[in-house]
Design a protein. Structure first.
Length: 163
């Protein structure tokens, strides 16, 4: 291309740019759209938005800053609890639970699906013991704690047992 062709192209581009700018300003004035802003005008608009936001934030911060600096009429005091009461009567130390026996549910093997529990315990009219395991099984034991058997299987954890 020769020089006059380049000049003419530059002149045409400037004319298009000015026309686009005029259209964008008209659209903005008419409220048609805000998407055709020129990059320079768009950055100026964002800058004004930022200024307004910062001004509002500064006013709010200034308004609430007195809460940090204002004297508070509270003088905290350390609290010392009274001494614990002696463990007497029903609270005295004893060894009544030292003779308890752990009942077997037949789940001593730590294999997957073996169940773990009990989550809850209930007794029926005959004194049999029912308990729910975390794998969904409801186990039943005889009144003396022997012969564990799977009474039911809910396929999900039993949340409490009621007989």
């Amino acid at each position: 291309m020769d020089q006059p062709g380049i000049r003419q192209l530059v002149v045409e581009l400037k004319a298009r740019w000015k026309q686009r700018a005029a259209n964008a300003k008209t659209q903005i004035l008419l409220g048609l759209t805000a998407y055709t802003l020129l990059p320079r005008e768009q950055s100026r608009t964002m800058s004004n938005r930022k200024r307004v936001f910062l001004l509002v934030a500064a006013l709010i911060a200034f308004r609430h800053s007195h809460l940090l600096l204002w004297p508070v009429p509270i003088s905290p005091q350390a609290w010392t609890p009274p001494p614990a009461p002696p463990l007497t009567a029903q609270y005295h130390q004893n060894s009544l639970l030292s003779t308890t026996e752990r009942l077997s549910l037949g789940t001593e093997t730590p294999s997957p699906g073996a169940g773990f529990g009990p989550e809850d315990v209930a007794l029926d009219a005959e004194g049999r013991i029912y308990t729910g395991l975390d794998d969904g099984r409801i186990m039943r034991l005889q009144a003396d704690g022997t012969k564990p058997e799977a009474f039911s299987n809910t396929a999900r954890p039993a949340a409490g047992t009621r007989v």
